[in-house]
Write a protein of this length. Sequence first.
Length: 425
Amino acid sequence: MKNLVVSICLFGSIALFNPLSFADTLVTNLDEDIEEEQNHKSWLAAPGIYYSEYLDVAIGAGAYFKGFRQEQESFFVSAYTSQSGSRGLWLYSYQTQLLDRLFVDSSYHWGWRHDVKTFRQGNPNFSDEVAGSNDSSDDNFIESTGEDTYLNFKFYYVLPWGDGEEGGIHDYKVSKGRLVEATASGGRLFNPQLSGRFFIGSELFAQRQLFSDKYDIGYDGHTTGARIFAQYDNRDWRDEPSKGSNHILTFSRDAGILDSTSTWSKVELDMTKYWSLGSSNWAKNRVLAFNFYTADVPTWGNDERPPEFELPSLGGVDRLRAYPFRRYISRSAIYYGLEHRYTLMTNPINLIPLPDFIPDFDLQVATFAELGRVNDAYDFKELNKDMQWSAGVGLRANLLGSIGRMDIATSDHSWAWYLSAAYPW
């Protein structure tokens, strides 16, 4: 519990925006005493800070509760307000066990957005181009103000294969901040029946955005639908992977019920591969990560198009990081990302005399390069032409898999920096 409190204080954005790092698994710290190790009940409340161009600097507080009903179950609540006037509330419930292998996650978000950039059609200064398209101007956006509400319930089942054979919950063992190899959840070979964990599931979701703007165009997009997905997670450690891979195939559908804006379908494929480059004289660990993402709306030609917030997109904290949030949106998207993660052998911050209750943590330097493009048709050859690029450096603080992240990225006509949580992929 002590380590978790410190991680939230050091990386406060985790408490605000990324409770996901605690879900689906248990992490046992072998450096703690037996009594503390066996007590899975914990809670905390801490302030946090977050930055992106979309929200500006946001401050707030988050509270976390774990193990009070089921030892793996977690609850979160957070609230924030930003310098730009945006504010919001998040409620989460993760890994509620319904059956031995069946779990449900749920979340609710309400946000008030103030003068945020939305790359949607309507700016009268760019009537001759499509906003958000690959060739669109960086100035072709609308500053929007209004409400954004989201609700979802995600059900998933852990198949009795590979490292999921013994049960639905995987218990990692950690010593001195590093994973005990014998407790890895995958990464040995590419075979779901022998290595890693395989999930199948369905998510019910509803979202609405109701915005106004200075052009009196306004935007009212709402959707209610379901996703089905299959995931082969063959990473050695879900929160701090150094080898293995992760593959997610998702199909989303809104059939037009409950007064949705339109009917639509979307397909997404997200794959990441990790290579361990080992240690060196200066590095505790070196990892090379490669991500491939692609998405398409196959119903596009029938005028069955999702609201803009569900369209395939690039830009923001995870993909094409030199660009604003959802800078590029269209029917289809493709993305390639390569990242080198270099964990220093000695964190210089740990050499500074600090209070005893602050444990040592790892410091990681990252370099990354990205390519991506959107298009109004899924044409693989076209998607790989005239691509947008982004490159940059990052600094990450890692305490037992809880990641605080600062990335700075640039491109030929844009740059951005982010203070966030968790790896991009």
